[in-house]
Design a binder for this molecule. Structure first.
Ligand SMILES: O=C(O)CCC(=O)C(=O)O
Length: 313
């Protein structure tokens, strides 16, 4: 029996499991209409539109999350936060994935790559995108079985657990198209709840998901230098105070400061990248479109309130 059929045969039973998963880790919060969710996203959009306010709040958060208190906060949460274990999927998706190697590379370099998601999983996710037709998806693992399985894969969760030093919280999954051609972008641009970009163009930046976090990026289209590859600056996951104030870093500055530590990740569809996104990173400018999945795990931060579904214009 082909693996696609094998996956399809499990869809029905999996729907029950998805319901069970949704009840884990606080993701059983009310659907989008809650007052808290509306307030949260309205505030986000307001802050994102006022660039000075966005940058100011990013620096304050950067200082709090990545500043001198970070090692103490990590240790505190590793010892005192008791997250509920994720519901694990034990299918062998990554036979070649070496957990120790990835954890060591994350600690040392802030990223690790070199494994592939099997083709049938890529096909199932791309099919899900084709059937829904959006540009951006928020928590697609709640609807797409292949994404849910990746996010709960035993080896992946083990990496997250070992890297974070605690049971990981599955914080957010996202699927995103990037386009070189704005006409093409307009065809699938969601009209509702659109936020202005957090970062300008293709500048390097760092994120502050949590005191310690792990993001898994998966390319779902082949990525060459023209299709907006992900670029990460090796070993920048720990920040000096000066770097915390430099949320945005232009190419020339990054080149001057980090030189050959700037790594462009190229690869066929299915390529996986593990990254601590407190390291400087960016999506390079693209000329051809790219579809990418991201899965975020965090140490202690509660998942954001559920967001209204993005719809087509
Ligand atoms: O799309 C990419 O390659 C970069 C994504 C990114 O910058 C982010 O998730 O903060």
């Amino acid at each position: 029996m082909g693996r696609i059929q094998h996956i399809q045969r499990h869809v029905e039973s999996h729907k029950d499991k998805l319901g069970q998963n949704a009840r884990e880790q606080g993701s059983d919060r009310p659907e989008p209409t809650s007052v808290l969710a509306r307030f949260y996203y309205a505030l986000r959009i307001h802050i994102h539109k006022k660039r000075w306010l966005l940058r100011y709040s990013q620096v304050v958060r950067g200082w709090w999350i990545l500043g001198p208190l970070r090692p103490y906060a990590i240790r505190y949460h590793q010892q005192h936060t008791h997250n509920q274990p994720l519901h694990i999927d034990r299918h062998e998706i990554f036979p070649k994935l070496d957990v120790n190697h990835v954890v060591d590379a994350l600690n040392q370099h802030g990223y690790a790559n070199g494994v592939q998601v099997p083709e049938e999983y890529v096909e199932q996710i791309v099919k899900y995108c084709a059937s829904t037709g959006l540009m951006k998806y928020w928590n697609p693992h709640k609807e797409c079985e292949a994404i849910d399985r990746l996010a709960r894969n035993a080896k992946v969760v083990e990496i997250a657990k070992r890297y974070l030093g605690a049971e990981p919280i599955l914080w957010l999954t996202q699927l995103r198209w990037s386009f070189g051609d704005s006409n093409e972008q307009r065809k699938v641009l969601p009209s509702l709840h659109q936020e202005p970009l957090q970062y300008d163009g293709d500048a390097f930046h760092y994120d502050t998901l949590d005191f310690k976090s792990l993001t898994i990026f998966v390319y779902l289209t082949d990525v060459d230098p023209d299709s907006g590859p992900h670029v990460v600056v090796e070993g920048t996951q720990k920040k000096s105070i000066g770097e915390i104030f430099r949320i945005i870093l232009g190419d020339a500055d990054a080149q001057r400061k980090f030189g050959n530590r700037i790594k462009m990740i190229l690869g066929r569809k299915g390529t996986v990248l593990f990254e601590e996104t407190s390291a400087y990173h960016k999506a390079a400018r693209c000329r051809t479109k790219r579809l990418m999945l991201s899965i975020d795990y965090v140490l202690q931060r509660p998942p954001p309130p559920e967001r209204p579904r993005l719809v087509r214009a």
